[in-house]
Design a protein around this ligand. Sequence first.
Ligand SMILES: *Cc1c(COP(=O)(O)O)cnc(C)c1O
Length: 391
Amino acid sequence: MQYKYRLLTPGPTPIPEKVKLAMAKDIIHHRKEKFMSIMGRVQEKLRLLFGTKNEVLLLSCSGTGAMQAAVFNLFNRDEKVLIVEGGKFGKRWTEIAKVRSLVPITLEVEWGSPVDPSLIEETLKKDINIKGVLVQASETSTGVLHPIEKIGKITKRLDRLLVVDGISAVGISPCPMDKWHIDCLITGSQKGLMLPPGLALISLSDRAWDKAKGVKREDYYFYLIGEREKIKKGQTLYTSPVSLIVGLDACMDIFFSSTLEEIYKKYWALTQMTREGISLMGLECLAKTSYTWGLTSVVLSKGVDGVLLTKELAKEFNLYIAGGQDHLKGKIIRIGHMGDVDAGDILFALNAIYRVLKKEYNITCKDKNFLGKAYDVYEESLIKGYFDSTE
Ligand SMILES: *Cc1c(COP(=O)(O)O)cnc(C)c1O
């Protein structure tokens, strides 16, 4: 007997039934009234989600496309940028910056640790030619949450742009753009937004728009000044990903039928529960203190092959989780708890991981009631509410 399909990866994530049904409808035309009214409605809610008074632009591409759009629209060739490299996605900023012919200064951070904001401050003070800081809110390859609020205070004071890849943070943990002085915030559809892949979202601050005006257009497709003009009319520059936007409308309905705080609380509680279960199983989380709320990265015991483990979980339990990337491949697993995931899914995943470790490696858990205790932590966390895990 096959178990129910469970997708607990840090993107793509499970999609709510309501959103799937909305997307299955006939395609409407992207220049007609009906679509423009959906765009208007979605735009209002996206501004609340991003915590900004400015437009949230919609691009037809995966999240990386929006990262590229940010770099190409905000910086001219040969400009210096400071990049926080604490994982695979931090490295991606550097790769894009190089393709753009920028001069990237990298701040290397151990994979699994958050960046120390005082190092950013020091580097920016030493070199007045650094125009901006590029960082992830949540580094999905390690499960680390970087202290964006603190970095925002520094970049604002020193008058540099703060560009944040919030792809695994927006809609999962607080990342209020205007309040935290973020100049560019990005996300993608297939993570916290509970949609299929293919749509990216990006918003710029007033300061960032001023900077963008002085940047030479060297990319035809990703042209943010043009997108901004169009979105004021409820449209995108080129043919819109209509089904994804209709799905986004349904998704925003779900988000705002409760409150953002309630959503964050759910992810916070799922995170606490997952971490508790993992620790009761005798395993360690990679991110010790500053951990992200949409996934948990778990360090495997010596001799355990993460690639084999994830394959077994798929085969035996129809459960899909992610492995490690680059030098962490095989050494860690990453359990996603973003999108339409609930406590039952996490209990199932913890149990499945335990069963495979026992069967394949004879690793047993001292506490037979680890699932019950993990669930207790879930309930307690829902009641207590969340706090800033980067503190
Ligand atoms: C998933 C992810 C990306 C990559 O997005 P794609 O949609 O695969 O292009 C970039 N940054 C972070 C932090 C992510 O989690």
